[in-house]
Design a protein around this ligand. Structure first.
Ligand code: PLP
Length: 389
């Protein structure tokens, strides 16, 4: 399909219609597809024609979802997965050999960190880390075995920003594959391929679904790399279900309006917190006080839905804050219509030592707010009463 504006592509990129001329895309709940005859079957398996064979390989609903994300990210090709972690794991497993090396930002999603430290080393694939504020050290970590440079931006949960242009330049100079997890920003706010990323990964579970319903993941980018990821995945089975693909493709139709409102609400929440006497500091990419504000302005269209702040009083104050919250949810998800608050030091990151937590900017009083789509006055009122208590 011809590339039009972002919102238009998100709505008008579609599968072919059946004889019933459905307005919205039909759901293709079928595990396999049939062949006309022996020759059709031979040619299909020989990949002489592009067609659906089996839903572990491709399905019209997953293809529609992949095509939309490719349009949005400016990517050549992609493959959709059952979860964001299936996308992360399959991308590394498909592209790396035993002995290969990864250089990654230290602040990465918890399960990605576990993959790097616990599972990839089983196949002799090891990772070296740089802190988000020490990007000048990246080059010194690169060895002849380094194949992939990996980062997330904004980071979870501290909302730090990494300079995509800088990472793109380093990857190009050292002939590395630059892989960016773009989950927090969504393709509506940030397109890493423009800055030199070779592959972009999403947990579609977060803002892409945006309504807390289904799990999903996707990797998009350079055709020859996606081909390897596709062959690995087609034979190992992490495929996205057609039903979830149908949900996620529908979700993309409203991504722009949802993310606009998330950002508008989040900026107001960040402003409110910045003035609050119970708060030490606030981090939000589009607040002037953010240490990487200029970089955020360069590479993002708006600040996103996540606000981090430090409550006065450390771990105890953080726990009390969660216990006093009335409307906002205590949940592990983010990017939902519902505002979610978490206190990493006593929950998601409680197993880390204080020193390790500080390495990834998680102080004892750090609270992460995934700002939702409720009326912002109600969100602020709930945060305010919990901060006062
Ligand atoms: C949630 C998340 C993932 C993992 O996605 P799942 O769909 O939960 O498997 C990966 N990266 C980031 C940045 C995330 O927030």
């Amino acid at each position: 399909m011809k590339k039009q504006h972002f919102e238009t592509d998100a709505i008008r990129t579609q599968t072919e219609r059946t004889e019933f001329l459905e307005h919205t895309s039909p759901l293709y709940l079928t595990s396999s597809f049939i062949f006309e005859d022996a020759e059709d079957m031979r040619a299909s398996f020989a990949e002489e024609k592009e067609r659906n064979i089996y839903s572990r390989f491709t399905n019209p609903n997953t293809s529609e979802f992949v095509e939309k994300i490719c349009h949005m990210e400016g990517a050549e090709s992609g493959y959709a997965f059952a979860t964001g972690m299936a996308a992360v794991f399959s991308t590394f497993a498909a592209l790396l050999n035993s002995g290969d090396h990864i250089v990654a930002a230290r602040s990465v999603f918890g399960s990605t960190h576990t993959l790097f430290t616990k599972f990839l080393p089983k196949w002799n694939i090891n990772t070296s880390y740089f802190k988000v504020n020490e990007t000048e050290k990246i080059t010194s970590l690169i060895t002849p075995q380094t194949k992939i440079l990996f980062a997330e931006t904004p980071t979870n949960p501290a909302v730090d920003i990494l300079d995509l242009e800088l990472l793109g330049d380093i990857a190009k100079k050292h002939n590395l594959i630059l892989v960016i997890d773009n989950c927090f920003a969504t393709p509506y706010l940030q397109q890493p391929i423009k800055f030199g990323a070779d592959l972009v990964i999403h947990s579609a579970t977060k803002l892409i679904d945006g309504q807390g319903r289904v799990l999903g993941g996707i990797t998009v980018g350079k055709k020859e790399l996606i081909r390897e990821i596709y062959l690995f995945s087609r034979n190992t089975g992490p495929a996205l279900s057609p039903f979830n693909a149908w949900i996620l493709s529908k979700s993309l139709e409203t991504l722009a309006v949802r993310v606009d409102r998330h950002c508008e609400n989040a900026l107001k929440v960040a402003g409110f917190l910045e003035d609050h006497p119970q708060v030490n500091w606030v981090k939000y990419p589009f607040l002037k006080s953010h240490p990487q504000y200029e970089v955020a302005r360069k590479q993002m269209n708006a600040g996103g839905s996540i606000v981090a702040f430090e409550i006065k009083g450390g771990v105890e104050a953080g726990r009390k804050f969660l216990d006093t919250i009335k409307m906002c949810s205590l949940s592990a998800n983010l990017g939902d219509t519902r505002t979610i608050v978490t206190h990493p030091a006593s929950t998601t990151h409680s197993k880390l030592s204080e020193e390790d937590r500080l390495q990834v900017s998680i102080t004892d009083g750090l609270v992460r707010v995934s700002v939702g789509l409720e009326n912002v006055a109600d969100i602020i009122a709930d945060l305010d009463q919990a901060l006062r208590a």
